[in-house]
Design a protein around this ligand. Structure first.
Ligand code: NCD
Length: 319
């Protein structure tokens, strides 16, 4: 296939390409029905070697809403990986069946290995503690929609900044935009990895690291909460000690700006108290909705299918 493109990291797309994808997602939000046959006859394979609810279902819904169909597995145990098949072989097989593949894997880099062997577009749907680019596209679209642009705001990222791949991916992507001030809020043990702060230092991006959420609540335009990533801890004792380090509740919300938006990639455990859900500044369920629009836009983009306007323009021209 010519011009085969994958999504391994949001950096695979230029800022202009991302903007076009977000414009397409915004159009999908407004005119969902007009997209319902754009992927007729196309098949998405979801290859999930690690648990997931929203990412996998969001991909599947995206393809179904575009008129396409879905195959796949949601558990490595039910695939030939259980018999020892390599990711390279699996993707070669999947390439014979499907038009596009979304892959989640516990090993960092596995979707890249697949992409190198694939003859269909591969989307990294999360690789270990490394990257989660479609969550990042979701986060960027959510911020753009709520703030009006991707520039000029203070964002606090709170919780497990060490193991949280959504955090790593989002910081990486936001570095490309202007006037963003990062505040990293974590216990000492779960600080953002050095390779990320080194990159920020190199780029001259403004950031600081704090332990107490209360200390920075009044400054924030966005608060990105994350759960402590139990499955990536080396021992249960450390997890139990750190799991409830942060709990966002009404009292903390009272310290924040009226214009704050609270984001969370979900699943939530205890870090946002359910009483916050009714606060108009809680945007995490809206964020899930944006995840669907952006995945629809991504599938269309990677399959090289033009947006609604181009399609109807063509129909007009043929009339
Ligand atoms: C995230 C993930 O899988 O990294 N979930 C998601 O895809 N929305 C966040 C998490 O598991 O904590």
């Amino acid at each position: 296939m010519n011009n085969l493109r994958h999504l391994m990291s949001p950096m695979d797309f230029s800022l202009q390409e991302l903007d076009e994808m977000f414009d397409l997602a915004a159009d999908i939000e407004k005119n969902m029905k007009d997209y319902s046959h754009m992927c007729d006859g196309k098949i998405l394979a979801t290859c999930f070697y690690e648990p997931s609810t929203r990412t996998r279902l969001s991909f599947e819904t995206a393809m179904l809403r575009l008129g396409g169909q879905v195959i796949g597995f949601s558990d490595a145990g039910s695939s030939s990986a259980a018999k020892g098949e390599s990711v390279s072989d699996t993707i070669r097989v999947i390439s014979c069946f499907a038009d596009i593949c979304a892959m989640r894997h516990p090993k960092e880099g596995a979707p890249m290995v697949a992409a190198a062997r694939s003859s269909i577009p591969v989307i990294n749907a999360g690789d270990g503690g490394h990257q989660h680019p479609t969550q990042t596209l979701t986060d960027l679209l959510t911020i753009r929609s709520l703030h009006g642009s991707l520039e000029g705001f203070t964002i606090g990222l709170c919780g497990d900044l060490k193991f949280g791949r959504t955090v790593h991916s989002l910081i990486n992507a936001l570095c490309r935009y202007d006037n963003i001030n990062f505040i990293f809020i974590s216990p000492e043990e779960l600080r953002v990895p050095d390779y990320i702060t080194e990159k920020l230092d190199k780029l001259g991006v403004s950031y600081r690291e704090v332990i107490k959420l209360e200390d920075v609540m009044p400054e924030l335009d966005f608060l990105y909460m994350t759960r402590v990533q139990r499955e990536r801890f080396f021992n249960e004792e450390d997890y139990v000690r750190l799991k409830d380090f942060y709990i966002l509740d009404k009292n903390k919300m009272n310290m924040a700006k009226d214009s704050l938006n609270v984001l969370h990639p979900l699943p939530r455990v205890n870090e946002i108290s359910v009483e916050v859900d009714d606060d108009k500044r809680a945007a995490y369920f809206k964020q899930v909705q944006y995840g669907l629009y952006v995945r629809m836009a991504l599938i269309l983009t990677l399959l090289g299918i033009k947006g609604r306007n181009t399609a109807s323009d063509k129909e007009d021209a043929n009339a």
